[in-house]
Design a protein around this ligand. Structure first.
Ligand code: KPL
Length: 312
């Protein structure tokens, strides 16, 4: 792959990362990268702005620049922190600003997005990060880092040597690691998100409430079973360990979290259901004899049509 001049580190200073999507995750990342000495610019679609980040009791201001104000072909490294459903639109807007051979990276959940790249809108690979970092906006509008989690970044087929765009910059964040098998990491996250996210959003409960020894836990087991058999049939789950045990571990580790889908439902935003359960069902429909998936189908319909009870 050729690299545009702006995508190469100059001297000891790595090339600048542009972060498109000035929501909670993008803002926290911009703040953390700058603090680690990595040149970075947070970009928004709606003109210059400012965000406030609350970290360890201190309030920090993070400047947002307008994407429109960037010069053509000036972006050599772009971290897309929008949700899966907005990635195509973001790429469409960012396209003219991208340098030849720019690096594109996203930590979005799900599969089946970035159709714009597939249809030739921007002819660049979109690299993936798998992240459990979580942030939210408090009642005062401050962005709060809920969990630093861990973030794994990789390029399929590049097992040993992290890409330069990772080792010269992102690797300075201690919770960011190079992942030799990024496809397996994406598949596992997809499986987990196809279970916890729709169930917690539909039941309006915390992740840990799915271990309630009652209805929540019964549905968790049923959904994990059907997601696992369908993913196996699709060649997207290869692990010997059961997905149910794995998802229980995640519920325990993130017990006090509101899943990202529940946060979207509560805030009245579009959810990622089309790139999680919707994508699973879409792929399953091509199987000759798909395993049953009644709970996934019901949850997909309820979340798509916002048929979510006020209280569970
Ligand atoms: O990734 C998550 C999300 O909320 O999107 C989990 C793992 C379910 C943690 O909340």
């Amino acid at each position: 792959m050729t690299h545009g001049i702006k995508n190469i580190a100059r001297g000891s200073e790595p090339a600048r990362w542009f972060i498109l999507g000035a929501g909670c995750l993008g803002t926290v990342l911009a703040f953390r990268l700058s603090r680690a000495g990595i040149p970075c610019t947070l970009l928004g679609h709606r003109g210059a702005d400012e965000r406030r980040v609350l970290l360890d009791g201190d309030l920090h201001r993070v400047h947002v620049e307008a994407l429109d104000a960037q010069a053509p072909q000036s972006i050599g490294r772009l971290l897309l922190t929008t949700k899966a459903g907005q990635i195509d639109a973001a790429l469409q807007l960012a396209g003219p600003k991208l340098d030849t051979g720019a690096t594109l990276l996203t930590p979005a959940n799900g599969l089946g997005f970035a159709k714009f790249l597939e249809t030739g809108g921007v002819e660049l690979p979109l690299q993936r990060a798998v992240s459990t970092m979580a942030a939210f906006r408090d009642e005062a509008g401050h962005i709060v880092l809920a969990a630093i989690g861990d973030t794994r970044v990789g390029v399929q087929g590049v097992a040993r040597q992290p890409a330069l765009w990772f080792s010269d910059s992102l690797s300075r964040l201690p919770d960011w690691q190079w992942e030799p098998d990024i496809a397996a990491a994406i598949e596992r996250k997809f499986a987990i998100n196809c279970i916890i996210n729709p169930l917690t959003a539909q039941r309006r409960c915390l992740n840990g409430d799915l271990l309630d020894q009652g209805e929540g836990e019964r549905l968790l087991e049923q959904l994990a079973g059907e997601v696992e058999t369908n993913l196996q049939a699709l060649g997207l789950w290869h692990k010997a360990a059961s997905l149910y045990r794995d998802v229980r571990r995640v519920c325990r580790a993130t017990a006090v979290n509101r899943s990202s889908m529940l946060q979207d439902v509560l805030a009245g935003r579009p959810t990622e259901i089309d790139y999680l359960t919707g994508e699973l069902l879409r792929r399953r429909a091509y199987l000759d004899s798909p395993p049953p998936a009644p709970l996934s189908e019901a949850l997909y319909k309820q979340l798509r049509e916002r048929l979510i009870p006020e209280d569970s």
